[in-house]
Design a protein around this ligand. Structure first.
Ligand SMILES: C[S@@+](CC[C@H](N)C(=O)[O-])C[C@H]1O[C@@H](n2cnc3c(N)ncnc32)[C@H](O)[C@@H]1O
Length: 214
């Protein structure tokens, strides 16, 4: 039985690989527009660290951008330097980083407000959020399916709770953060997959701390 589950997870990972690569390319391109030379970046919930590594390795990324990770569940072979913590207060000073990234992490977190408050505390300028959103026909079901397909092979538990676009804006406002660059639709995946699971189900925002320009 354990062997069958193992092979199913392996199969799901292989099927998911091209989708993950496409998502990575788009995210690197979007995040590059928000960082600058020498920026210190914290990737909260970095998982394998592949996003931070791809950002640092991409020739279009401004020189000297350094990305490190913070994780509740540190994965073996993480591709960037990573700090483990228990999900509460982050082990960093206020404003220790220029930019904090939350890529598909908030919908896994039982207390997203507490997590965003910590991200805003340790960032001096920007908090970047990539997540899902409920928009369009059968959105809840479609997002839940892609969420499960993407996470089950890695054993990441899903809560199946997602914001609407209005919910995302209210969430940022509660923390005194102002949207700088926002996308309410993203072509994140290869074409057919994107039709069903990309576009209006994907949300991206770079939030500025009020009174501070990036
Ligand atoms: C769907 S994965 C995303 C991984 C990575 N950000 C990416 O884009 O490939 C969600 C990750 O968030 C982590 N996570 C969930 N809640 C967290 C928290 N409060 N603090 C740090 N990491 C968290 C999980 O352990 C998991 O590795």
């Amino acid at each position: 039985m354990a062997e069958a589950v193992g092979s199913l997870k392996g199969l799901m990972r292989r099927a998911h690989a091209p989708i993950y690569r496409s998502r990575m390319r788009v995210l690197v391109r979007e995040i590059q527009r928000c960082v600058w030379e020498g920026a210190r970046v914290l990737d909260v919930g970095c998982g394998s660290g592949a996003l931070g590594r791809a950002l640092m390795d991409d020739p279009e990324t401004p020189a000297g951008v350094r990305v490190e990770g913070l994780e509740r569940v540190v994965r073996e072979g993480c591709e960037i330097p990573v700090t483990a913590y228990d999900g509460g207060r982050m082990p960093f000073e206020d404003g220790a980083f220029d930019v904090v990234i939350l890529a598909d992490v908030l919908h896994h977190e039982p207390d997203p407000d507490a997590l965003l408050a910590e991200c805003a505390r340790v960032s001096s300028r920007l908090v970047i959020i990539k997540d899902h959103q409920i928009r369009g026909p059968l959105a809840q079901r479609r997002v839940a399916l892609i969420d499960w397909l993407a996470n089950a092979p890695y054993g990441v538990p899903c809560l199946y709770r997602y914001n609407t676009p209005e919910g995302w804006r209210a969430f940022a406002a509660r923390h005194g953060l102002r949207p700088d660059m926002e996308h309410s639709s993203m072509d994140l995946y290869p074409p057919v997959v994107n039709l069903f699971f990309g576009r209006g189900l994907q949300y991206f925002v770079a939030l500025e701390k009020r009174g501070e320009g990036a």
